[in-house]
Design a protein. Structure first.
Length: 186
């Protein structure tokens, strides 16, 4: 690796995500929340940034957002519920209550380019290039690695077909192959 050059791969690990999350916090609390929301939901950046306060249901004990996918399925005519982890739901509730936002206000009133720039700066800080889309990949990989069927994973992330999920995200890297091989009884 050349001094100052960032490492780049197609996918990231949870520990790289945690380093990014910690680094991105210095560029603003809202960027930290965007980072957490992308990791926890598998949303595309534009899907997240167009959400208004009225799309968030944060009264607990369950927390969710109502979204429309940016790559809409032909049969999909409306909103889709995406659940949030309770701790992130409570954090989003507190953020929204703290800000002077109306029901039709954007929760994150900035453009995707601002998110990409924050990710680029945080990537330099950690020495590993991470894009917002890589958090979507991490989310999908987590679901698949933890036994969620491909068809359900595809539905959860808004893929029109489970084939898309299989072709682009369900890859057996050397570490996965080794872990599987080690579990085979001899």
């Amino acid at each position: 690796i050349v001094e100052g050059q960032l490492i780049q791969e197609e996918a990231i690990t949870q520990s790289i995500y945690e380093s990014l999350r910690d680094a991105i916090a210095q560029y603003g609390y809202y960027h930290l929340l965007v980072c957490k929301m992308l990791r926890a939901t598998g949303l595309r950046v534009r899907e997240l940034l167009r959400l208004q306060v009225r799309h968030y249901f944060l009264d607990g004990p369950d927390y969710w957002i109502m979204i429309t996918r940016s790559k809409k399925r032909k049969s999909d005519t409306g909103y889709e519920r995406v659940f949030l982890p309770p701790s992130l739901g409570a954090e989003m509730r507190n953020y929204i209550k703290r800000e002077p936002l109306q029901a039709d206000s954007l929760v994150f009133p900035f453009r995707a380019l601002a998110v990409e720039r924050a990710f680029a700066k945080a990537s330099k800080d950690i020495g590993y290039k991470v894009t917002p889309h890589m958090l979507r990949t991490l989310y999908i990989s987590f679901l698949l690695d933890h036994g969620v069927p491909v068809a359900l994973t595809a539905r959860m992330v808004g893929h029109a077909s489970s084939r898309t999920t299989e072709e682009h995200y369900h890859k057996a890297n050397p570490a996965k192959k080794k872990a599987i091989q080690e579990r085979i009884p001899v």
